[in-house]
Design a protein around this ligand. Structure first.
Ligand SMILES: [Zn+2]
Length: 101
């Protein structure tokens, strides 16, 4: 009865999911860069990369939208710079989100 026929096992549901150009690692990298973005430490190129990623990634876009509801990041609004408390809160939120579980 023991035929040992276990060399090839095919699962009906393929575990490989197709990403749209980036995986979760890319998301985490973007979110970490957002931490510097808050502090105005990013160059225009990186800001552009972040914006492009946000346009293609609903997960990150939702995250940033929720951040913006807390503190406005919009540069063309004449709001004063972020307070230290707001920066600390946003950085904490980002770090918690990007923490590897
Ligand atoms: Zn993403």
């Amino acid at each position: 009865m023991a035929q040992g026929n276990t060399s090839k096992r095919q699962r009906p549901s393929a575990p490989t999911q197709r990403n749209q150009g980036h995986g979760k690692a890319h998301c985490l990298r973007i979110l970490r860069q957002l931490s510097a973005y808050i502090d105005d430490e990013l160059s225009g190129d990186i800001c552009d990369e972040i914006r492009r990623h946000l346009g293609a990634c609903p997960n990150c876009e939702t995250f940033v939208t929720s951040l913006r509801q807390t503190v406005s990041l919009c540069r063309h609004s004449p709001t004063p710079p972020l307070s230290a408390a707001n920066r600390a809160l946003m950085r904490k939120t980002i770090l918690e989100t990007t923490r590897v579980r």
